[in-house]
Design a binder for this molecule. Structure first.
Ligand SMILES: Nc1ncnc2c1ncn2[C@@H]1O[C@H](COP(=O)(O)OP(=O)(O)OP(=O)(O)O)[C@@H](O)[C@H]1O
Ligand SMILES: [Mg+2]
Length: 338
């Protein structure tokens, strides 16, 4: 285990950073008013870590509105993602859907999406109540997604995605492609695991694709799952999403006793999820598969943000450690990792 990687990086997908707001300038405020038709508005900007300002909060008739700027090149993808979310919401899943009439064009290179403001907080680490609420929401969402009308389009997108990943996997394994950090280590990891090994898992089904702690908000009245950006191609065995959620909301915090895992899966199945048993072997297998897919995705999209690469290698080492010690160690508790 490399001790130097056991620091706590600011990875939104692991530990979302606090949301900060500050007023936007008059020009931007006027542009929002023009686009949304709002009067007497009070716009503020969200600064998430080092991300550019692209999230905003406004008011309409006393109700909060969440605004998000997206690149126009992603417009089709967002419209499709919203169609998937809307289908799921119409079947009772706790998901956020865009307000009618959006997205609208913002400038030459951006479009503006708007959602009702959801007054929630990120996951309170260790909360069993929130974990069970998430298991319930995930089950309802998966059941609704299984009957999506657009399923063929998602299957086609998935085939194209898998094909691209296979090519990247081969290139990284052979050394034709070189990872931006620790290329030898990445090659070793990639070589040790195939992309196609779905043996023993359920049939593929449409999934959300990125249910990380930055994409779920909890309130006293329930939770909301947001950000369906990956759902347009995410067609995999549901165990993959189940494992990802368990990892991000429980396992990396050291919360991985058999009781917790079994209760989560039982609640998920009870609420309509199609998996009622998840063995430790399957869980570990899925987490490895997710890392391999993620590494290939980073390479294929030419993302050279070293933090993203090191996050995947760190998680890979952590899985191996937990597997060998037969215990889910907290990801950043290095003192216990020797
Ligand atoms: N409707 C909403 N009401 C309140 N807050 C919201 C709403 N939608 C999103 N947020 C907040 O904005 C953050 C980013 O939103 P979202 O995940 O949709 O954007 P993103 O483009 O995926 O950003 P990232 O790349 O950081 O994941 C969420 O983590 C959440 O804190
Ligand atoms: Mg997000």
């Amino acid at each position: 285990m490399r001790q130097d990687t056991l620091r706590k990086p600011a990875h939104a997908g692991l530990f979302p950073s606090r949301v900060l707001f500050s007023p936007v300038g008059a020009e931007l405020s006027a542009r929002f008013a023009e686009l949304t038709g709002l009067k007497n508005h009070a716009w503020e900007t969200m600064l998430a870590g080092d991300a550019p300002q692209r999230f905003f909060r406004g008011m309409k008739a006393g109700r909060g509105v969440f605004l998000k700027l997206i690149p126009s090149t992603h417009l089709e993808q967002h419209i499709f993602a919203n169609r998937i979310a809307a289908w799921s919401a119409s079947s009772g899943a706790p998901v956020l859907v865009m307000l009618p009439g959006y997205p609208v064009s913002f400038d030459a290179v951006h479009a503006l999406c708007a959602y009702e403001w959801f007054n929630g907080e990120y996951f309170a680490v260790g909360s069993e109540t929130q974990l069970m609420a998430l298991a319930d929401g995930l089950g309802v969402m998966h059941r609704s997604l299984a009957s999506l009308p657009d399923i063929q389009l998602i299957k086609d997108n998935n085939s194209a995605f898998i094909q691209k990943m296979r090519e990247t996997h081969a290139a990284l394994a052979s050394g034709d492609a070189r990872a931006c950090i620790e290329p030898a280590k990445v090659r070793e990891v990639i070589r040790s695991f195939s992309l196609d090994d779905f043996d023993g898992l359920s049939a593929p089904s449409p999934l959300h694709g990125d249910v990380n702690p930055g994409n779920v908000l909890f309130s006293e009245n329930g939770l909301k799952i947001l950000d369906f950006e990956d759902s347009h191609f995410y067609f995999f065995p549901p165990e993959l999403e189940l494992s990802f959620v368990l990892e991000r909301f429980a396992l990396i915090h050291g919360n991985g006793t058999t009781g917790v895992l079994d209760a989560f899966v039982a609640k998920y199945a009870d609420s309509g999820g199609s998996v009622s048993k998840l063995s430790t072997k399957q869980l570990i297998h899925c987490l490895r598969l997710l890392r391999i897919i993620a590494l290939c995705r980073l390479q294929s999209a030419k993302i050279d943000d070293e933090r993203e690469w090191s996050k995947m290698l760190l998680l890979w080492d952590w899985i191996s450690l937990c597997e060998s010690k037969k215990q889910w160690f907290p990801l950043y508790d290095s003192s216990r990792c020797t």
